[in-house]
Design a protein around this ligand. Structure first.
Ligand code: FAD
Ligand code: FES
Length: 511
């Protein structure tokens, strides 16, 4: 992306920048396998790898490039500390649920560490404490309660008011023995081992249809089909959403900035705040001995407000608190928050026998995706692990408890559906949209998403999201269209960048 908005850093993830990608051919011929996995992010690759390890024939079908989705734009902390989850789990679902959550996420963390050793992956895996902190003294009781709950759930957790951060905190929960890594190096290593085990990967292969059965069948854009005994939907937002999971998932986009610091300025830990004004901090090793400070925050619902302004705010925070020489990178990505804060991993819908889904990692998909891979491959083998019920997308009791959040979320979606239509500006002359900007306009009886490029050409597509019809809005920092209802993203010519939408925005001719 050109940096003509005067934003700091190259608009690319540090992980994907300079990565030596492996290229896999698109699927052109029909294929039959034991397990077909749709989506080559951490969840899909982990599931495929676990299934191949268990002796199954496996294919991964990836719409773009493997590891290039959210998993290539993460901060890659590998931890069972997911801000303030344990006290909530214990009070809403019981001590057993909290213990299962801790055990399953720790199992994933240790699976990653063991895999790195076994495959000899050079992915900068570092063991560090994970710290959730607050600078607000009013939050101390919450942090103390979380430290107690996390310890009771089985983590090596304690309350403290001392951290390696260069500013005073009011209180913090510190969990020992957690980790961080280079996510692409890990995922590409996993893919190589998958191939060595006889698995196959096809990139630029968007799956467009799913027919359940024994076997099930997938259709792809090229017309080639895949038949498989078991099918896993690991597309981040589930594209074949037969249980209407979208109503239980709220997309949250996050921004990231990164720049080098001297090793002496490394806060030596993985830090995060909870709630509004979120900040997440970690570092990664650089070849010259310095550390790359990575700061995440400024969450927002896609399609709302100015992403460019938020990038500037986040960047200013980083420079205010750390001696960063220059912002080297900036990037953004989104994850889905489930209404009850627990990922949805298991059968795709109540009647599903051989179709599975892995989604709703709520900002914690590194351990979550690896946990999902283990869980689904055990379900396929008919040996559900003891935490299968906790993550089961069909869970009912939590659904009742999450009803208020669910209703609030649907009210927000309804407000976008109606309100955004009323707010769309009426323009009869599309030239009112300045070069390098985009706007939703009502003209000639239709509502259009209009982007004018730097050369003055207008790119005009329908503003109606092809998922469920909400109006898209322009993201000024990334120059894409975003849907505020469930987070679909589209290029300026309407192409799908991120689901749940699977069809492009309808093209309208240039003005
Ligand atoms: C800014 C940010 C920071 C984060 N930091 C952390 C962190 O520190 N620790 C942590 O644990 N988690 C973190 N997370 C969360 C974590 O990155 C995600 O939960 C995780 O990467 C999601 O993985 P995934 O495999 O579900 O999705 P993805 O990586 O997006 O993979 C899904 C894949 O499916 C493909 N696809 C979609 N539709 C189709 C189709 N129809 N056919 C074929 N393929 C398709 C996509 O192209 C994509 O490659 C962070 C998230 C964000 C946004
Ligand atoms: S993503 Fe659901 S309506 Fe747009």
């Amino acid at each position: 992306m050109a940096n003509d908005l005067d934003l700091p850093g190259t608009g690319e993830s540090y992980w994907t920048h300079g990565t030596d990608w492996t290229r896999f051919a698109p699927l052109t011929d029909d294929l039959s396998v034991d397990v077909a996995v749709i989506g080559g992010g951490i969840a899909g690759l982990s599931t495929a790898w676990e299934a191949a390890r268990a002796g199954r024939s496996v294919v991964v079908l990836e719409a773009d490039r493997i590891a290039s989705g959210v998993s290539g734009h993460t901060t890659a902390k590998v931890t069972a500390q997911h801000t303030l989850i344990y006290d909530r789990l214990r009070s809403r679902h019981g001590a057993e649920a909290a213990a299962l959550y801790a055990a399953s996420q720790t199992d994933a963390l240790e699976r990653i560490a063991a895999t790195v050793g076994e495959l000899g992956l050079n992915c900068d895996l570092e063991r560090l404490p994970a710290v959730t902190y607050s600078r607000d003294p009013a939050q101390r009781p919450k942090l103390e309660a979380e430290a107690r709950a996390a310890r009771e759930a089985g983590l090596d957790a304690r309350y403290t008011d001392r951290t390696g951060l260069p500013f005073q905190v009011a209180g913090a929960v510190r969990v020992e023995g957690q980790a961080q890594f280079h996510p692409l190096a890990y995922m590409l290593g996993l893919a190589q081992d998958l191939l060595a085990r006889g698995g196959t990967v096809h990139e630029r292969t968007r799956v467009t249809s799913l027919r359940e059965g024994e076997p099930g069948r997938l259709g792809t854009e090229s017309g080639a089909t895949v038949t498989a005994r078991d099918i896993v939907v690991a597309t981040h937002y589930p594209v074949f959403d037969r249980a209407l999971l979208f109503a239980r998932l709220k997309p949250r986009r996050e921004l990231v900035v990164a720049g080098p610091v001297d090793a002496a300025a490394d806060p030596r830990g993985m830090y995060i705040t909870e709630g509004d004004g979120k900040r997440s901090v970690r570092t990664a090793p650089l070849p010259d001995g310095r550390r790359l400070l990575i700061v995440t925050g400024e969450d927002f619902t896609p399609g709302t407000g100015s992403a460019a302004e938020r990038f500037r705010t986040l960047d200013a925070w980083m420079h205010e608190h750390f001696p960063v020489e220059e912002t080297a990178y900036r990037w953004a990505a989104q994850d889905n928050d489930p209404t009850d804060k627990v990922a949805l991993v298991g059968p795709l819908h109540p009647g599903a026998r051989h179709t599975y889904v892995a989604t709703g990692f709520g900002g914690w998909g590194m351990t979550g995706g690896v946990m999902a891979g283990r869980l689904i491959s055990e379900l396929i083998a008919g040996r559900p692990p003891r935490w299968a019920g906790l993550y089961d997308p069909r869970r009912l009791l939590p659904l009742l408890k999450e009803a208020p959040t669910l209703l609030a979320q649907q009210a927000e979606v309804a407000a976008h559906f109606v309100g955004d239509r009323l707010r769309a500006a009426r323009h009869d002359d599309l030239s009112a949209v300045a070069p390098g900007t985009g706007a939703v306009v009502r003209t000639g009886g239709g509502t259009y998403a209009v982007y004018r490029d730097e050369d003055g050409a207008a790119h005009v597509v329908s503003a109606r999201c092809t998922h469920l019809g909400c109006l898209v809005a322009f993201n000024d920092a990334e120059r894409v269209w975003e849907c505020p209802c469930h987070g679909s993203r589209f290029g300026v010519d309407g192409e799908v960048l991120h689901g749940p939408a699977v069809r492009p925005l309808k093209r309208r001719g240039p003005d």
